[in-house]
Each structure stands twice: as structure tokens, then as C-alpha cells.
Design a protein around this ligand. Structure first.
Ligand code: T5A
Length: 223
């Protein structure tokens, strides 16, 4: 790579990287690889902030609990779910992500806005334009500098997620829910020059290699 490590860490300050993907795509695993790559770039550990969505602040974590919760005799309406996800996102962006970026940190997010378009738009079937309008109201033009989408067949992702423990309310949806979700993820990435697909059906070693290649390319493109 042609960028010196000193200038690499400067270039990476104030950047927001997001990992997206279906359940069991390997997002948590990929985030640990990003941490390794940032260390290779001499990014000080105290300048790296990790977030997850929904959640990441005290109030946003409470909203996450509601999104995941099952209550006897009452279902969470799809639009209520969507609004909770954006409420949690506003808390996270305003209280954690923006302050960290303003403080010269790099933020690495486990999911962000594309998850709502994919799951609530693709999976639940809520109009994508309506979601875009809510996004604009909630976050304005705020968005990730780089999105890495880990693409996996839903069956494979869910079998990995199952191996990790019991499935939650969203994870128990039928397979075609995840197929619709995946297809929105793929079309979002196709239309976004700052988003890239990583084949997450490969071995962890190959996924790591693909992520490093993509991060090196992205870094080289930063001015
Ligand atoms: N949601 C979220 C919405 O509906 N809308 C939104 O706007 C947002 C933000 C979040 C839920 O909320 C929904 C989506 C989700 O349903 P969560 O608990 O955060 O819930 O769930 P996930 O983000 O899906 O997290 P998972 O832990 O299920 O998936 P990961 O992080 O992608 O997977 P990971 O890294 O934990 O790996 C899972 C297992 O697979 C293995 C790992 O070792 C682990 O055991 N693995 C591999 N195995 C083989 N080959 C590889 N390449 C592997 N990579 C990982």
C-alpha cells in the first residue's frame, strides 16, 4: 500500500465505517478484523469507537430490548418497530457517533441505516420512500463513509446464528423475509459508490482477506 501509516491514521480520523449483513453473516467477526487492520494502520485504540444498532447508548439499548421483546397478546406493529429503530439511531448518532467523529475518532458500526431499508423495507414490505423520508427527518444527510455488506445466503446465515443460541423475534421470520431483506441490501450496495459487497459464505480467512483488500483500496482513495 502506498499510504504511509502516519498519514493513514490521519485519513481515517472522522470516518464512519459500517458493517451490514443478515444474521450470522459474520458482522461481529468482521468488526474484529477491522480492528486488526486499524491497528496495522497505527490507529490508536482510544481513537476507535465501536457501536451496534439498534443500541449503543443507554436509552438506545432500552429501545433495542423493546424491538427484540415478545409480549403475550400484543404484537409490535411494523411501523412502531421502524420508528423505534430510528429513535434508537438518533440517540446513537447524536450522543455517540457525531461526538466521536468530532473528536478525531474513527467509528466502526455494527449495522446502520441500510438495515432499516433492508429489513423493514424489504423484509416487512414498508414503502422504501417512506423509510427514506423518516431517515431524512431523523438524521438529515448523515451517512456512513464506507459500508461493507457481508453477503450470505439466508439459510447459511441463520444456521450459523442458530449455532450461537436461540433465535429472537426477528430471526424467527420465514426464509422469504430474509430473501427480500437480502435483495434490498444488494440493490442498496449496487447504487452506492461507498458501499461494497463481501462474499461472507467463504471461510473466515478469505472473508478477512477480502475485507483487508477493500479497506486498503478505500484508504488509498481517501484524499
Ligand atoms: N434490525 C436491526 C432491523 O430489523 N432493522 C434495523 O434497522 C436494525 C439496525 C439485530 C436485529 O435487529 C434487526 C436485524 C437483527 O435481526 P443482533 O442481535 O444485533 O440483532 O443480530 P445480528 O446483527 O444479526 O448479529 P449476529 O450475531 O446474528 O450476526 P453476526 O454478527 O453477523 O455474526 P457473528 O460474527 O456473530 O457470527 C455468527 C456465527 O458464525 C460464525 C461465528 O463464529 C459465530 O459463531 N462465523 C462463521 N462461520 C463460518 N464461516 C464464516 N465466514 C463465519 N463468520 C462468522
Amino acid at each position: 500500500m502506498s499510504v504511509s501509516k502516519e498519514s493513514a491514521s490521519q485519513k481515517l480520523s472522522n470516518k464512519f465505517i459500517v458493517i451490514e449483513g443478515l444474521e450470522g453473516a459474520g458482522k461481529s467477526t468482521a468488526i474484529s478484523y477491522i480492528g486488526e487492520w486499524l491497528a496495522l494502520m497505527n490507529m490508536p485504540a482510544e481513537n476507535i469507537v465501536y457501536t451496534r444498532e439498534p443500541g449503543g447508548t443507554e436509552l438506545a439499548e432500552k429501545m433495542r430490548d423493546i424491538v427484540k421483546m415478545e409480549v403475550q397478546g400484543e404484537t409490535l406493529e411494523d411501523k412502531a418497530e421502524l420508528l423505534l429503530l430510528y429513535a434508537a439511531r438518533v440517540q446513537l448518532v447524536e450522543h455517540k457517533i457525531k461526538p466521536a467523529l468530532a473528536n478525531d475518532c474513527i467509528v466502526v458500526g455494527d449495522r446502520h441505516n441500510y438495515s432499516s431499508l433492508a429489513y423493514q423495507g424489504g423484509g416487512r414490505g414498508i414503502d422504501l420512500q417512506l423509510i427514506e423520508d423518516i431517515k431524512q427527518l431523523a438524521l438529515g444527510d448523515f451517512k456512513a463513509d464506507l459500508t461493507l455488506y457481508l453477503d450470505v445466503e439466508p439459510e447459511l446465515g441463520l444456521s450459523r446464528a442458530r449455532g450461537r443460541g436461540e433465535l429472537d423475534r426477528i430471526e424467527r421470520q420465514a426464509i422469504d423475509f430474509f430473501q427480500r431483506t437480502r435483495s434490498v441490501f444488494l440493490s442498496l450496495v449496487e447504487d452506492d459508490k461507498n458501499a461494497f459487497t463481501i462474499d461472507a459464505g467463504q471461510t473466515p480467512e478469505l472473508v478477512k482477506k477480502a475485507i483487508f483488500i477493500q479497506l486498503d483500496k478505500w484508504l488509498a482513495s481517501l484524499t
